[in-house]
Design a protein around this ligand. Structure first.
Ligand code: SF4
Ligand code: SF4
Length: 703
């Protein structure tokens, strides 16, 4: 739409109705009798101490500010606004529930004490003062001309009290924010716009109280004590003996400065990061249908339904802003730039070029720089770098932390799909994908290796599905336990435990192949689905109903991702099964560990699937201490997202950082629940020369 037309829309929606309204109001105010009947009742004095006609002048001054605001809002809303409003109106209940939880109750911000106080006092302060200003506007400019009054009597007294209270809270919150920013909290970026807004809001809060106190000093209404802050300051003003005419002039200057600064801040809102105040309120409510943990991203197609004869290619991945859907575009605008995602990001703390905050902010800026012609190929232009996009371990930390429910991970997965289509991969990643495609395992090792493992496990008491059809459980061994000699011990242990506890199970033996999880995380959706469909066919053919897995990555795909491709199966992580067997007295821990033990939660088990207490119950009775990052706030070992199978340079590996964290609490044994974590930490301990000091064990190895 040409720019002139946008101006026309803004003019017709605001300016013309506003001018008509001012004329009517001016006419009506001449006939108003307000004030005559309200002498004894407390009431709000509007435009007091100001020259007549101030309200009309104010509305004229307001015009350019409103036009600037509406233009910014209109331009931004053109991209996603209509879809957002339609979705919102169709699913109002779901929207309200979600928005109330994240925007009003600020569920995620409330996890930390100091941001909780700071953010709640500021946001609730602004909200209440905004509502208060609206009520004053209705009272003075809509009702008074009709000889009506809203702000009077007991309601008015409560109104004054609440406004003073929240004004005070606002000043307190803003002061805390300024202190935090000036004291250099790392995750808060020192952007000029944030300082302008904070100082501006502080001025509005303080000048609001001064205006109120001057009003009270001059008019001295008998109900002034309800405006408890204003009346306290007014005592000082009255005692100072400043002449009334000076107070009136001061009031006039301050009133206009207060108004102009408030108008300016509102007008600039859509053009600054502070727009999140509006966008995130709507956005958080709409994310109920977006892929969020345990889902990583949308499934772009279903291989089983792809029409190979179709001439039009279906769109996979994201290489330009135009490839994002409206909700993903809106997500970019909702970002508050708070940096919570960056703080928890293992890829960022490892010194890779990835910061989920910077990624979202960068995409948001590109979206607006390009206006509506999003032709630029972000991969070709290197706006999205390989090392940035492939550094992500898909740990989900950013998704879990984001206060406005954005998923930086979703943009990353979509971008990876585009990289794959271009074939822009590093050597090791290409090798892994070839191995998966040719040998159906990421190592590229021959089938004979699997046969060797089957032989070994059968010697320990396992039966293959051919030998024992229709068992209660299938024990899924997984690629790491099949091909890595150290990890194989988990499979051995599990077979021993299951046999001893009398669990009715069988293994798939040579029928097992990789779940395809590394391919999906790397963005190779086609290869993932190819492997997944073969596995689903195998599992359906043997009528598998329940499955035991010790690998969180297998657990995640079987539990949450195969479903969409047609497999419904009950999946049990070995930590849960072991806990159940132990609580029934069918197994007992064998190892009596004297040393200090800690537990490392796997991202895909704890954060994605909320399994946190079960493995800890197995450790009861041991000398145990928690690390700082635990449960849903765990720290990734660095292997996820295909990083175990590919190479992105890191200044300091995630696994080394985690071992350092364990050392801080003097842990001597780290118990894990994932074969990848086991491999990563054992390697880190070797690199750090700590083999004698720290032992890494899988949870099954304590039995
Ligand atoms: S998923 Fe994890 S590694 Fe990836 S961007 Fe988010 S926090 Fe960083
Ligand atoms: S993506 Fe979320 S957590 Fe990250 S900076 Fe934006 S609002 Fe904050």
């Amino acid at each position: 739409m040409p720019r002139q037309r946008s101006y026309f829309v803004v003019m017709s929606f605001y300016v013309i109705p506003m001018l008509v309204y001012c004329l009517i109001k001016r006419f009506l105010s001449k006939t108003s009798t307000i004030g005559m009947t309200l002498d004894l009742t407390p009431y709000r004095e509007n435009y007091t101490l100001l020259p007549p006609g101030t309200s009309t002048v104010m509305y004229i001054v307001l015009i350019p500010f409103v036009m600037i605001f509406l233009y910014g809002l209109y331009f931004r809303l053109r991209i996603y606004g209509l879809d957002a409003l339609l979705t919102l109106s169709k699913n109002f209940r779901s929207w309200f529930k979600q928005s109330f939880r994240y925007s009003i109750l600020q569920k995620r911000i409330f996890k930390e004490v100091s941001p909780r106080i700071m953010h709640s006092t500021t946001s609730y302060g602004i909200l209440i003062l905004f509502i208060g200003t609206l009520l004053v506007f209705i009272d003075s400019d809509f009702l008074e001309p009709f000889n009506q009054k809203l702000l009077q009597g007991a309601f008015y007294l409560i109104f004054e009290f609440i406004l003073d209270l929240f004004g005070l809270l606002l000043i307190f919150g803003i002061t805390l924010q300024l202190i935090r920013r000036y004291s250099g909290v790392k995750r808060l970026k020192p952007k000029l716009e944030y300082y302008v807004y904070l100082w501006g809001l502080l001025f509005i809060g303080v000048s609001g109280f001064i205006l109120e106190s001057i009003r009270i000093s001059v008019n001295q209404p008998p109900w002034s004590s309800y405006s408890f802050i204003g009346s306290m300051i007014s005592v000082t003003i009255i005692n100072s003996g400043i002449p009334v005419y000076i107070l009136k002039n001061l009031y006039l200057i301050l009133w206009w400065t207060h108004a102009i600064i408030a108008f300016g801040l509102v007008a600039a809102l859509p053009y600054t990061n502070l727009r999140h105040v509006i966008v995130s309120f709507i956005y958080t409510g709409l994310t109920y249908s977006a892929p969020r943990l345990p889902q990583l991203a949308k499934t772009p197609f279903k291989l089983s339904e792809v029409d190979l004869s179709a001439t039009e290619e279906s769109k996979v991945g994201f290489r330009s802003i135009g490839d994002l859907d409206w909700l993903q575009k809106m997500g970019l605008d909702a970002c508050t730039d708070c940096g919570r995602c960056e703080v928890v990001c293992p890829a960022y703390s490892s010194g890779t070029p990835l910061s989920p905050r910077n990624l979202v902010q960068k995409l948001m800026k590109i979206m607006w720089r390009q206006r509506l012609s999003w032709k630029r190929d972000l991969i070709e232009s290197k706006d999205l770098g390989y090392d940035e996009i492939y550094a992500c371990t898909t740990c989900g930390g950013c998704v879990e932390q984001c206060p406005v429910v954005i998923s930086p991970l979703e943009y990353i997965i979509e971008a990876r799909r585009a990289f794959i289509i271009d074939g822009r991969m590093e050597k090791k990643a290409i090798e892994t994908l070839n191995n998966l495609s040719r040998g159906e395992n990421p190592y590229g090792l021959p089938r004979i290796e699997r046969e060797r493992l089957v032989k070994e496990l059968r010697e320990l008491g396992a039966k293959t599905i051919d030998e024992h059809p229709n068992p209660e459980y299938i024990y899924w061994v997984g690629c790491l336990a099949t091909y890595d000699p150290r990890i194989r011990n988990i499979a051995r242990k599990m077979i021993e435990i299951l046999s001893k506890a009398g669990v009715d199970f069988a293994i798939l033996g040579t029928l097992e192949r990789c779940t395809g999880e590394p391919a999906r995380r790397m963005g190779e959706e086609g290869l993932f689905q190819e492997l997944a469909l073969k596995n689903i066919e195998t599992l359906k053919s043997i009528n598998a109903r329940k499955m035991i897995v010790h690998c969180p990555h297998c657990y995640q795909v079987f539990k949450n991702e195969y479903k969409e491709l047609g497999l419904e199966i009950e999946v049990i992580h070995h930590s849960i099964l072991l806990r159940d067997l132990m609580s029934k007295g069918r197994i007992k821990p064998k190892i009596n560990i004297e040393n200090l033990v800690t537990f490392h939660d796997s991202c895909y088990i704890a954060r994605f699937n909320n399994v946190i207490d079960e493995p800890r119950e197995l450790l009861a009775g041991l000398r145990f201490k928690e690390m700082e990052k635990r449960g849903k706030d765990t720290f990734c070992c660095g292997a996820g997202g295909g990083n175990y199978w590919s190479e992105v340079k890191r200044a300091k590996r995630e696994s080394l950082q985690r071992i350092e964290e364990a050392m801080k609490i003097n842990a001597e044994v780290i118990i894990v629940e994932c074969p990848y974590c086991l491999a990563m930490f054992e390697d880190a301990v070797r690199v750090m020369g700590l083999e004698e000091k720290i032992k890494i064990l899988d949870i099954s190895e304590i039995f």
